[in-house]
Design a protein around this ligand. Structure first.
Ligand code: NI
Length: 254
């Protein structure tokens, strides 16, 4: 019924009760999740989680803030992990200029482009993280002619959403959509066709209202779906059905 397309159950916040939480998800109507790698270590653990749980799929890749010491042999390992049957995407990858003392933009861009090229080479979708890149992330996606991908945790404008749609990509929303100050994200969601939308938690972060500030988990993806249904003027059941169909198509899940 619900597909959480972006979760981080490898996070240490789940160390005490990971198995319990994952096994509880069916009680919340969550039928599938994709666990997303963001470093070499979490890419490995994402692939392991997908091995262990039949309803879990994985994405492997290195988040811009983790690209500092990255090497070409790491890219080879990502490529090898991507061959595993339940690894379905490359990501999360992108640009993050939010913290001034983070990895320098030139390094971030180099490894972002390298991982986009890898995804193209092995014909896999990409999961994109774009924070405060001032349009540079979108420029690179355009230059590299990326169409098979999703921009995750979207909080940009309707205009930016339209540019992403023109590339052919999907757009995914987290609990940010439920926040009181989320006017811009809501306006963007309004203009996105139903067949381009996905839902996610980005757990353990980004818990939706009325759980904002708590540890997030896939069971709360329902609140993102409910808000999206309200914005799109369709029933909650329809949003569940459509976003699950979109996610299955995107991640190649039967
Ligand atoms: Ni994430």
């Amino acid at each position: 019924m619900l597909f959480d397309t972006h979760a981080h159950f490898d996070d240490e916040q789940f160390d005490k009760d990971r198995d319990e939480v994952l096994k509880s998800l069916k009680n919340y109507g969550v039928t599938n999740i994709t666990n997303i790698g963001s470093s070499m270590q979490t890419s490995r653990s994402s692939a392991e989680l997908a091995d262990k749980y039949d309803f879990v799929y994985a994405s492997v890749g290195v988040h811009p803030s983790e690209t500092g010491g990255l090497t070409e042999s790491d890219i080879e390992e990502i490529k090898a992990l991507a061959q595993k049957p339940k690894v379905r995407a490359i990501g999360e990858i992108g640009l993050d200029y939010h913290y001034p003392d983070d990895v320098p933009p030139e390094i971030q861009k180099k490894w972002f482009i390298r991982q986009l090229e890898l995804a193209q080479e092995i014909n896999m979708p990409v999961v994109i993280h774009d924070r405060d890149s001032k349009g540079e992330c979108l420029e690179i996606l355009k230059e590299k002619k990326i169409s098979n991908g999703v921009v995750h945790c979207f909080s940009g404008s309707a205009e930016t959403a339209k540019e992403i749609l023109r590339l052919g990509m999907m757009i995914s929303f987290t609990g940010v959509l439920t926040f009181k100050n989320a006017r811009r994200a809501v306006q963007a969601c309004e203009v996105i066709p139903l067949d381009r939308l996905m839902i996610e938690t980005d757990c353990p972060y980004m818990a939706p209202e009325p759980h904002r500030g708590e540890r997030n988990f896939s069971g709360y993806v329902e609140f993102v779906a409910r808000k999206m249904a309200e914005i799109k003027g369709v029933s909650y059941e329809e949003i569940c059905e459509i976003t699950t169909r979109n996610a299955k198509r995107f991640y190649g899940v039967k």
